[in-house]
Design a protein around this ligand. Structure first.
Ligand SMILES: [Zn+2]
Length: 119
């Protein structure tokens, strides 16, 4: 399981962004994870509270957006949802495909509460 290292790396990056931009607090951290990446969103969610426990992000919510894994069939050129089609082209049943989307892993957004008076 390599997810803990990944989460810690993300936390480090976000802390750095916060430091550079002088942010006092981050409300929500939005990550994008592609379905075809080797990263399992479930583990990221499980590990996140542990990773942020003693950090600047301990009150920051984590939101994960999943990017569908879309491939293009090498035989007929059809684009299809790879996982839903059991990694085979639904049209010609070819099992060779190239990735169009779904291998992403990135920090998509950092949301900061709009400056209100509430505490
Ligand atoms: Zn095909």
């Amino acid at each position: 399981m390599h997810e803990l290292g990944i989460v810690l790396e993300v936390v480090k990056q976000v802390e750095e962004i916060a430091r550079v931009n002088n942010l006092a607090k981050i409300d929500t951290l939005v990550l994008q994870i592609g379905e075809l990446s080797s990263i399992v969103p479930y583990y990221i969610e499980e590990l996140y509270p542990i990773a942020v426990e003693d950090s600047f992000l301990r009150d920051t919510l984590l939101r994960i957006e999943t990017i569908p894994g879309i491939g293009e069939c090498s035989s007929c050129g059809l684009s299809y949802h790879v996982k839903d089609s059991d990694y085979k082209c639904p049209d010609c049943k070819g099992s060779e495909w190239t990735v169009i989307t779904g291998t992403e892993f990135m920090i998509k957004e950092i949301l900061i509460e709009s400056s209100g008076c509430q505490s």
